[in-house]
Structure formats: C-alpha cells, structure tokens
Design a protein around this ligand. Structure first.
Ligand code: AMP
Length: 215
C-alpha cells in the first residue's frame, strides 16, 4: 500500500503506520524518526535540524525533500510505504507530487486521522519514546507504560520524554500544525485522494483503512 497519514502530532499516525506495516510488508517512513536519528548521530543534517525540532518548528522544506527523494527510492519501498509526518507543508506536498510522478508511483490514498484536541494534548503530555534511534518505540504513562518503568520492552534502552514534548513546545507544534499542515487536508481533497478517519482508537482507524483498500 502507498498511503500518506495526515493528522496533528499525537493523532496516532506512528501507531497506525506500525500496525499497517504488519499487513503486507509496506514500510513506515517517519521523517521525525529519521531526523531524531540524525540528531543522535550528530550528523551535519542532525545539527541543522536540532534547533528547529527543539522549538517545535518545522525544519526547512529543502532539507526534508533531500531526505525523502533518497528514501522513496530505497529498495524496501518497493512493496509500499506509509508516510508518517510527511508532507507537512503545501510546498512539500507539491514537490512530493512531482517526485512521485517522476518515479511512476501512484498513491492509494491520503488518510486524515481526525482526533479531538483535548485527546491530543493529553496523549502528547503522557507520551514517552524509546531513546534508541533505531527503535523509537512509543509508550504512554497512562495507557501503555513499559513493563519495567523507564525501560523499553523491545530493546532495553531508556524510555524518555522527548525534548519537544514539553507543554510549551507541544502548544507551538499544534499551532504550527494548524497554520502549515492542516491546509494539506484541502490540498488532498482537491486531488481526490483524501479519506477521513474520525476517532480516538488506532484499531478503528486501521480497520477503516483496510476496508477502504478492500482487505
Ligand atoms: P514528528 O515526530 O513527526 O512529530 O516530528 C518531530 C519534529 O521533526 C517536528 O516537530 C519537526 O521539527 C520535524 N519534522 C518532522 N517531519 C517534518 C517535515 N515533513 N517537515 C518539516 N519538519 C519535520
């Protein structure tokens, strides 16, 4: 499957993407995970992105497009992909459209995961993430804590609160979402690709996507 997952930070894009990869070997491509990996590795790209990310600002479109142009041509994308956190701006969506046309890739759909703001805020404040850049498993102190407090069930690395998940940074990220990313809903509606999944349960969102794909 070739799907873009849209939705505010905390809407559950990552969780839904991970559940969908199990269906047919499509890969999850999270630009946030890629960037956090670069920051941890101390690469030039990571150093350039770090300040924007800590503040809850978007990193420049040119930087993201450079990453995605390479990533979409990697052999593991042959079976399909779930784009999680990309595109984030109308210019990124326009460049992606041109890139997909150049690569001969046709999207199945764009799913907007629509979750109420109070649920989003609660989720982001209680979310914890595995600090290992190669894992980045997601937990929640209330609904899905790791078995051993502060330790990732999957890889044993520390489970931390992300720098951009403080209250100030979360509010800034949500404002950035509303001004820069929410316009993509209209963009993909015009493209005839948009489906909306309303709800707070990732299982329900996955079932709706499967039904849409006829699986
Ligand atoms: P995420 O894990 O998707 O919430 O992304 C974390 C942070 O990485 C965002 O707040 C941005 O600073 C940056 N980021 C991730 N994806 C993008 C993107 N497509 N465009 C610009 N910045 C991005």
């Amino acid at each position: 499957m070739k799907i873009i997952l849209l939705g505010a930070p905390g809407a559950g894009k990552g969780t839904v993407a991970k559940m969908l990869t199990a269906l047919d070997g499509s890969v999850q491509i999270s630009t946030g995970d890629i960037l956090r990996g670069e920051v941890q590795a101390g690469s030039d790209l990571g150093r350039e992105a770090e300040g924007y990310m800590k503040r809850g600002d978007l990193v420049p479109d040119s930087l993201i497009m450079g990453i995605m142009e390479k990533r979409l041509q990697a052999p593991d994308c042959q079976k399909g992909f779930l784009l999680d956190g990309f595109p984030r701006t109308v210019p990124q969506a326009e460049e992606l459209k041109a890139l997909l046309a150049k690569l001969g890739i046709v999207l199945d759909m764009v799913v907007n995961i629509d979750v109420p703001t109070d649920v989003i805020l609660d989720r982001l404040c209680t979310r914890r993430t595995c600090a290992n850049a190669g894992c980045q498993a997601i937990y929640n102190v209330k609904s899905n804590p790791p078995k051993k407090e502060g330790i990732c069930d999957k890889c044993g690395s520390p489970v931390i609160q992300r720098d951009d998940e403080t209250e100030t940074a979360i509010n800034h990220r949500l404002a950035t979402y509303n001004s820069k990313t929410a316009p993509l809903i209209g963009f993909y509606e015009k493209e005839g690709l948009l489906k909306t999944a309303v709800g707070t349960s990732s299982d329900a969102v996955v079932s709706a996507i499967k039904a849409e794909l006829g699986r």
